[in-house]
Design a binder for this molecule. Structure first.
Ligand SMILES: [Zn+2]
Length: 160
């Protein structure tokens, strides 16, 4: 049986915060505001995985009022989510992620993000796609006030 899940996440961009995407720190004078390290790629991916398992969402698993996740490394949350996949005897098929950010250009960091996510999920890099685009100057993302990510994930159950 195939199981598909979708996730998306948006964080406000502010001065003085690191910009971390897929566990990769992007050199930049602003970053994403939020409780954890605010890695929108990781958060969208976690929600997509949880969605594929029909097991709630990131807020239920990693509450933002829990001090354990204050400024937390989102890769740690992603790694724990990967453990849930294995615990349910499911296998990871592939993920496709789109980051929407007006600037800076992310092209130079895409391979590093793919490798970092693949390592965290313990899957081959060929199963992880990361794409980046701008919002053509439109709405909050286009004005450079926010960063978004969308993710879709396929899991499969070898036993059914
Ligand atoms: Zn988030």
């Amino acid at each position: 049986m195939f199981r598909i899940g979708i996730g998306n996440d948006t964080h406000r961009l502010v001065a003085g915060r690191p910009l971390i995407l897929g566990g990769v720190k992007i050199p930049c004078e602003f970053g994403a505001e939020g409780h954890s390290d605010s890695d929108v790629l990781a958060h969208a991916l976690i929600d997509a995985i949880l969605g594929a398992m029909a097991d709630g969402d990131i807020g239920a698993h990693f509450p933002d009022n829990d001090s354990q996740w204050k400024d937390a490394d989102s890769l740690e949350m992603l790694s724990r989510t990967a453990m849930l996949i294995r615990r349910r005897d499911l296998s990871f098929g592939n993920a496709d992620v789109t980051i929407i950010l007006e600037r800076p250009k992310l092209r130079d960091y895409i391979e590093d993000m793919r490798a970092t996510v693949a390592r965290t999920l313990d899957v081959d890099i060929g199963r992880i796609s990361v794409k980046a685009k701008t919002n053509e100057g439109l709405d909050a993302v286009g004005r450079g006030e926010a960063v978004s990510a969308q993710a879709i994930v396929l899991l499969f159950d070898k036993n059914s």
